[in-house]
Ligand binder design. Structure first.
Ligand code: ADP
Length: 265
């Protein structure tokens, strides 16, 4: 609790009374703590690749100067770390954009089927690198809903990208679009977009925290895959902004299914 007191001076020059303001600051303190934690996380995420890069610069100047093989290897690592920092900055900007309520664009009628198939098409090269088959269904007919086309594309891209990254190598990702006359989670008509992989799945105790910024089940694996830990936080924000719902179902060892429900009205 925050207490402020002011003692106005009376006409005789002596304190004429006392005003006391009481304000519950708990929510502000919590917001402040979350902000500090976020800044600490961001610094850590940026510092890790920076430390690696400056270490390799030292090595390239010194011991590895005359070793072409080592030089090539270190330059590859430096390039990978730089790419990771770029992705982190991109994701931070996306997160800031979707969190900025004032800059929200009014929703327009978009064809979700077209956006979903466009996002999936763009991810075929990535899927091929892990020999993953992307199977898309339900996108033959237009499916119009109010929304922001860039943001919805980002939702679909993040979910399918995760399914490719964390799914089984050589496995399959099923992506489908359905129209529901009465979606329970929305209490009305909506579109349901499902992304299901046959990977190792997620242990139940992590499910509730996956959409927190920087929350990862296996940090080493996420980093190895080039992850920033922000993808699902961005997804959750965008879905909320569309007054939609995100459902995550998974069991360790049995693959994961991410479903997005978007209201039609
Ligand atoms: P990242 O950049 O680490 O992929 P995300 O926010 O997209 O960050 O995801 C958070 C974490 O959720 C990931 O690090 C991973 O542990 C887990 N995760 C996300 N999608 C899947 C999936 N399809 N299968 C298994 N785990 C997943």
């Amino acid at each position: 609790t925050h207490v402020a007191t002011i003692s106005p001076i009376g006409s005789n020059g002596r304190p004429g009374g006392c005003l006391v303001f009481l304000e519950d600051m708990t929510h502000l303190e919590e917001a402040g703590e979350r902000r500090s934690e976020f800044v600490a996380n961001v610094s850590h995420e940026l510092r890790t690749p920076l430390t690696a890069i400056s270490g390799f610069i030292e090595t390239l100047r010194g011991p590895a100067r005359d070793d072409p093989e080592a030089r090539a290897r270190f330059l590859d690592i430096m390039e990978r770390e730089t790419r990771r920092m770029n992705r982190l900055v991109d994701d931070l900007l996306s997160l800031a954009r979707v969190e900025d309520v004032e800059r929200m664009r009014p929703p327009e009628e978009v064809d979700v089927a077209e956006l979903l198939s466009g996002a999936v098409r763009g991810l075929h090269p990535q899927a091929e690198r892990r020999s993953v088959t992307l199977a898309l269904s339900g996108c033959d007919l237009p499916a119009r809903a109010p929304g922001d086309p860039d943001q919805l594309t980002q939702v679909f891209t993040n979910l399918v990208e995760n399914a490719i990254k964390y799914g089984r190598e050589g496995g399959r990702v099923d992506i489908s679009l359905e129209r529901l006359d009465d979606a329970q989670l929305l209490k009305g008509p909506g579109l349901k977009i499902t992304v299901a992989d046959d990977g190792e799945g997620i242990d139940e105790r992590h499910l509730g925290r996956l959409t927190e910024r920087f929350y990862r089940v296996d940090s080493h694996r996420s980093r190895g895959m080039g992850g920033t830990g922000l993808g699902l936080a961005i997804v959750k924000h965008i879905v909320n902004r569309h007054r939609g719902r995100l459902r995550i179902e998974s069991k360790a060892g049995q693959g994961s299914t991410f479903s997005v429900f978007l209201p039609l009205d």
